[in-house]
Design a protein around this ligand. Structure first.
Ligand code: GLU
Length: 280
């Protein structure tokens, strides 16, 4: 009789534990319960790329990556108020993931074989192409030799790597920490072009202070398949994020995020990619 009671009690405890595990999306900082705190999640993003990842003067975050990250976090079981966004510059992304500084990264992060040695990716969730941002009165033609140009890009990006290895190994390439740092140099004529993904460049070109000053050259120099970076080996996280991304496309939240964030810049994006379909 006594034994049976204990067993029933243990079973009840076990059932509660299982339910709690099944409901709680995250594994970190579990202070859920009484104070309505809830589980926290830390997401790496960019903070100086309008339309993708931008920190606004009031301290909030906007952009397509922010919307994708927020949707995914909700699907993982996190309340919007429990998301902590953290800047991850291009060169710091792999380290931030392997050190566990962030739970995942949504920061114009192209899926590449080289990066896959160090991190895993969910997605892709957007296909962009490398291009040049130039002064409005300038011109760069398709196929033009870029080797004589002064270019500005970001350390640790595929954009800088493509220039050095591919398009223009002899170009003078200035590498900075974030793309917005190239804008003053472009305006003053210190560099001929800022080069990175067209999605990012369109955001800068449409900013109030640069309207009419800059334009995109319109060269599709590469395919940049944006993925969500996670810690190497966390297949469960990859699977969950992929399911969230699929749902985001299906329920049209992806289209809404595109309109909200790329509409103002008039960026002509590619259709939603299929999960696992990397365009080489
Ligand atoms: N998508 C490219 C990359 O992952 C360029 C943009 C960036 O640096 O975030 O490197």
């Amino acid at each position: 009789m006594k034994l049976r009671k204990v067993t029933a009690a243990s079973a009840a405890v076990l059932a509660i534990t299982l339910t709690a595990t099944a409901c709680g999306g995250g594994e970190k900082d579990s202070d859920s319960g009484s104070s309505g705190g809830g589980e926290k999640i830390t997401i790496g993003i960019k903070i100086d790329q309008p339309g993708l990842g931008l920190k606004t003067p009031d301290g909030s975050y906007t952009g397509f990556d922010v919307d994708v990250a927020t949707y995914v976090a909700k699907e993982l079981g996190y309340d919007e108020k429990n998301i902590e966004f953290k800047e991850t510059k291009s060169a710091d992304r792999e380290t931030a993931l392997s050190r566990g500084d962030v739970d995942f990264i949504a920061a114009t992060y192209s899926i590449t074989d080289e990066r896959k040695q160090k991190v895993d990716f969910a997605g892709p969730y957007l296909l962009a192409h490398q291009d040049l941002l130039i002064r409005a009165d300038d011109d760069v033609k398709d196929g033009e030799d870029l080797n004589g140009k002064k270019l500005c890009s970001v350390t640790g990006s595929t954009s800088a790597q493509n220039v050095k290895k591919d398009f223009a190994p002899k170009a003078q390439l200035q590498q900075v920490g974030g793309y917005s740092e190239c804008l003053a140099a472009l305006q003053s004529g210190a560099v001929d072009a800022l080069t990175t993904d067209d999605s990012i460049l369109a955001g800068y070109a449409s900013q109030e202070q640069y309207k009419g000053k800059f334009k995109l050259a319109g060269l599709k120099l590469s395919n940049e398949n944006y993925g969500i970076g996670v810690k190497k080996g966390d297949q469960e996280m990859v699977d969950k994020i992929n399911a969230a991304l699929e749902k985001m496309v299906q329920d049209k939240s992806w289209d809404k995020a595109v309109q909200d964030n790329f509409g103002p810049a008039n960026y002509q994006n590619e259709p939603a990619p299929k999960i696992g379909n990397i365009v080489q």
